[in-house]
Design a protein around this ligand. Structure first.
Ligand code: F6R
Length: 244
């Protein structure tokens, strides 16, 4: 628990930078799982700063984002591929072919085939070393809404009403929020070697308490983190408020 999200974000970015540099020193790649939304922006800002001012290189970094709305074109304001370019990819030296975001335009193959291929790409990269996560008010990680099973994999899902309401301002109205999204599954996320879930602000306090102290269940996808051997939950004081 940190006083402020900004301090927490810097600490997490420092941890990621150490991992990237450690791997580079061994001549190996570093595979990062990334999230979008308001929660991780401070981490990306700090990584960009470290790239500019401290020579942190992303040449050996491979990334896989958790999710993307479906359908959505990459140039649309709300697309997660655009978000990642604006917050990270365009400002560091990552190789474009190493930065993966689920494709919100899949055509020419079925979405199910594409999702299987996304899983294979993660596997071929050697699996995810560190996965960044935010949490939605429904307890979702990625877009694994209530009902998502422990062994779910990358797939097309229907967004929860609460999630669409939370995204309404980004889309200038709830009716414009796509009904569906492609998301890594709970099983995909739990396969990462290290998980870092971040939560800032009082709006996350109640779902954080359920995820951390409540029973492990498909009603709250984030509760499955309790079963992971190397999962960190990083919060500010407001988000930790309801923990006993
Ligand atoms: C985004 C994602 C979602 C968000 C969650 C919280 O890639 O996977 O699970 O992390 O909806 O969103 P924010 O950070 O905007 O509160």
């Amino acid at each position: 628990v940190f006083c402020h999200a900004s301090d927490a974000s810097r600490a997490i970015a420092g941890q990621i930078a150490a991992l990237i540099r450690g791997r580079a020193g061994e001549g190996r790649t570093c595979v990062l799982g990334l999230a979008t939304g308001s929660t991780p922006t401070g981490v990306y800002d700090e990584l960009v700063r470290m790239h500019r001012e401290e020579g942190l290189s992303f040449q050996n970094v491979v990334t896989f984002n958790l999710d993307e709305y479906f359908p959505i074109r990459p140039e649309e304001l709300q697309s997660y591929v655009r978000f990642m370019r604006e917050h990270l990819f365009d400002h560091v030296d990552i190789k474009p072919e190493n930065a993966h975001v689920p494709d919100g335009t899949v055509s020419g193959e079925s979405v199910a085939d594409y999702c299987r291929r996304y899983e294979e790409m993660i596997e071929d990269a050697g699996g995810i070393d560190l996965q960044l996560l935010g949490i939605g008010r429904t307890g979702h990680i990625g877009f694994n809404e209530p009902g998502s099973g422990r062994s779910s994999r990358t797939r097309l899902i229907t967004l929860d009403r609460v999630t669409r309401r939370d995204a309404a301002s980004d889309f200038f109205g709830e009716e414009n929020v796509p009904a569906r999204a492609i998301t890594m599954g709970v099983g995909t996320i739990l396969a990462a070697r290290q998980l870092v879930l971040m939560a800032w602000g009082e709006g996350k306090a109640s779902i954080i308490a359920q995820a951390v102290e409540g029973e492990i269940s498909t009603h709250v996808a984030a509760s499955f983190l309790q079963e992971h051997p190397n999962a960190q939950i990083v919060m500010d004081e407001a988000a930790a408020e309801h923990l006993t």
